[in-house]
Ligand binder design. Structure first.
Ligand code: G6P
Ligand code: MG
Length: 219
């Protein structure tokens, strides 16, 4: 049987993780809550609502529902101002080569992201056509490390979880893939993503030979 591939978006395909970081940092500091790269790591792969809940908890703050909603809207507005300035130059190194190889060899490919802005971003960087299915934050109710987003991707692609290979830059996402018995591939810092079955700094390290190794790997 053929293996299928599921890609996370932010921090895997495009370098939007830095935009999320900037927007959350501004928001946290406006509430006098300190926010460093370490805290940011814990927000990767986590939905917008859950992220704000975590920041408020770190700062011991309680706010009204109205204020909560207005902060979420502000954060997204700032984030989208960065997104709208994106172009194909913002595709991370090696991604296009990998997608092209997989597409040319008829491997099923889906996107599995917690973001509600996934389609907008894919359109900006012109990568829509590589994905047979897009599962994003509008379609899932359980956040990573729950594997719902990836399981939905498998279902749509018509493959078993064990047949699928997940690319992720977040701890929550690696856990989600592992929880569903999928092959987990960490993209980024090996120390942060130590639970992954495989680790690479970026897609530049993922040659056709490496892809074959991932394809032949059995969990
Ligand atoms: C991804 C990112 C998170 C982000 C989440 C929701 O998982 O890694 O940092 O909070 O998507 O994104 P959104 O674009 O809907 O705010
Ligand atoms: Mg990510």
């Amino acid at each position: 049987f053929k293996k299928a591939f599921i890609f996370d978006l932010d921090g895997v395909i495009v370098d939007t993780a830095k935009f999320h970081f900037l927007a959350w940092k501004n928001l946290a500091e406006s509430l006098d809550i300190s926010f460093s790269e370490e805290e940011n790591e814990q927000l990767k792969g986590v939905s917008r609502v859950k992220s704000l809940e975590k920041i408020l908890k770190w700062g011991n703050k309680t706010i009204s529902e109205e204020k909560f909603n207005s902060l979420m809207a502000m954060k997204n507005e700032e984030y989208l101002s960065f997104v709208d300035a994106m172009s194909t130059d913002d595709i991370l190194p090696g991604v296009l080569e990998t997608l092209t190889y997989l597409k040319e060899n008829d491997y099923p490919i889906a996107l599995g992201s917690a973001s509600k802005n996934a389609r907008r971003i894919l359109t900006k960087v012109k990568l829509n056509s590589y994905f047979e299915y897009i599962v994003d934050g509008n379609e899932v109710s359980k956040a990573k490390p729950d594997p719902e987003v990836f399981l939905k991707g498998c279902e749509l692609l018509g493959v078993e979880p064990k047949q699928s290979i997940v690319f992720e830059d977040s701890q929550a996402g690696i856990k989600a893939a592992n929880n569903a018995q999928m092959t987990s591939v960490g993209i980024g810092d090996e120390l942060v993503l130590s639970e992954a079955d495989f680790n690479f700094k970026s897609f530049s390290e993922i040659s056709e030979d490496v892809l074959q190794t991932l394809i032949n790997f059995k969990k």
